[in-house]
Design a protein around this ligand. Structure first.
Ligand SMILES: NC(=O)c1ccc[n+]([C@@H]2O[C@H](COP(=O)([O-])OP(=O)(O)OC[C@H]3O[C@@H](n4cnc5c(N)ncnc54)[C@H](O)[C@@H]3O)[C@@H](O)[C@H]2O)c1
Length: 438
């Protein structure tokens, strides 16, 4: 098939590359000239494990090309994916301006029948809005399909090539057949392509992300209560995760969820509920708890230094909102760093992938280090925000020699309490007893 993907970010680039890998001819379109130039030169602008191998192969074999020109990009395309941003507007709703602008343009330039696919996460009713925006000026027949994306950054290629399920919202038989054909190579093991109406498909994506955000938040509340009653949240996790009705995943307590999806999607579903006069109380609690959770370690740090952080150096391990990505959107590390800077602390940071993105925001306000240990040199404390695997088994003796105080504030519960006790560390984590050396 001939495919166009409009919007070549985390979702668009993975979508385009993976569909090229299954033999389609793909053109990715983006308005970011610099990004398209880099892609045309064979340089991938994001960090996504495993993407480079597929990208290189499909570019080399001519199945994957890039342009800034929408009309050129969609020429002869049978399907056109919209993988555009849907950031939160001021009232929390998903801002549809990027999608509706492209839809408007498509109306003028479509030359033959095409299936236009909303891959972005969009509120209920968007397929209809996109349809109307295109129809205003279209001279040819077309269908609009809702096909929300469930990939996770960090394992996006695997998720895309072997999806748990594919959700497709459409009322058109013709579009349904094309979607079946398109996804057939990705669901050969029998994972379902679930067809439904457009509104239900749009709602499915928000329900999935809000449910996962709720699951994380529930564990964070259990963790907060554990601290008060003297229980260990990791034991609770093992104790409940083995129940098949609950499941083992998304039960790790920490300093709150971040990223480009959960915060904005929970907010957008809450806004949709308000618009339809439904009081979705759980969502309001999820947002309020997560807001507090992200700042949970700060009072502990301040307390440790008797309320005065002026002149103290805090080393930070981990900037990305989760491991295996360079994405820093809504990352807990950033909020914490800004609060620490405001309180007068100096910051040294290390992250294996996300430092370049943070340089664009914080510039020289913090010191970027090439190794985790370099960040510890002469620092007064260590804070951990991302569970990168290389932080899991560090050389504690070396760390102790570099740090001025052997104190760690761990937002990801990376270390065993007994181990930290034996090594003589003061160790704060989430939902577990504070380790204080004898
Ligand atoms: N990132 C994820 O893990 C993920 C997962 C599932 C769903 N989603 C959803 O997918 C959508 C895209 O997310 P993303 O993370 O890929 O965003 P992104 O910001 O990484 O990429 C969006 C791209 O669209 C481009 N763009 C903006 N306006 C354009 C226009 N008029 N024409 C062409 N290109 C244009 C931008 O330059 C950018 O490169 C969002 O709705 C998001 O909620 C994201």
């Amino acid at each position: 098939m001939k495919i166009a993907v409009v919007g070549t970010g985390y979702v668009g680039l993975v979508t385009g590359t993976c569909f090229a890998e299954t033999g389609n001819q793909v053109t990715c379109v983006d308005i970011d000239v610099r990004k398209v130039e880099r892609l045309q030169q064979g340089d991938i602008p994001i960090y996504e494990p495993g993407l480079d191998v597929l990208f290189d192969r499909n570019v080399a074999e001519g199945r994957l090309v890039f342009t800034t020109n929408l009309a050129e990009g969609i020429k002869d395309a049978q399907v056109i994916f919209l993988a555009l941003p849907t950031p939160p507007g001021e009232d929390g709703s998903a801002d549809l301006k990027y999608i509706l602008k492209v839809a408007d343009d498509l109306g003028y330039i479509l030359e033959t029948y095409a299936v236009i696919i909303d891959k972005s996460t969009v509120p209920v009713g968007t397929a209809e809005k996109v349809h109307n925006a295109i129809a205003k000026n279209a001279k040819v027949d077309f269908d609009v399909v809702s096909n929300p994306e469930f990939l996770r950054e960090g394992v996006a290629v695997e998720d895309f090539m072997k999806p748990d399920r594919v959700v497709v919202g459409t009322s058109s038989e013709k579009a349904k057949k094309m979607m079946e054909k398109l996804y057939a190579p990705l669901v050969r093991q029998g994972n379902p392509v679930i067809f439904m109406d457009e509104r239900s498909a749009e709602m499915t994506k928000y329900a999935a992300n809000s449910f996962l955000a709720m699951k994380i938040t529930f564990m964070n509340e259990i963790a907060n209560l554990c601290e008060k009653v003297g229980a260990n949240v990791d034991d609770i996790r093992r104790g409940i995760g083995t129940d098949s009705r609950i499941g083992k995943r998304f039960l790790f307590a920490g300093i709150g969820y971040g990223g480009s999806c959960f915060p904005k999607d929970v907010q957008a579903l809450a806004k949709t509920s308000k618009d339809y006069n439904y009081d979705f109380r759980i969502l309001e609690s999820v947002m309020a708890v997560n807001y507090d959770q992200k700042k949970k370690l700060l009072p502990m740090v301040k307390n440790y230094f008797d309320g005065d952080l002026k002149g103290k150096t805090v080393a930070v391990w981990g900037l990305a909102f989760k491991p295996y990505t360079d994405d820093i959107r809504e990352a807990p590390a950033l909020e914490n760093i800004e609060a620490l800077l405001e309180a007068g602390a100096k910051i040294t940071v290390y992250d294996p992938e996300a430092m370049n993105n943070v340089k664009g925001i914080l510039g020289d306000k913090v010191t970027f280090c090439h190794t985790p240990y370099a960040a510890l040199d002469d620092a007064d404390a260590l804070m951990i925000f991302t569970e990168w695997p290389q932080f899991r088994t560090p050389e504690f003796e070396k760390m102790g020699k570099l740090l001025k105080n052997k104190v760690v504030f761990d937002g990801r519960n990376l270390y065993e309490l007994d181990q930290m006790r034996e090594m003589g560390y003061t160790y704060y984590s989430i939902g577990r007893e504070v380790v204080i050396p004898a």
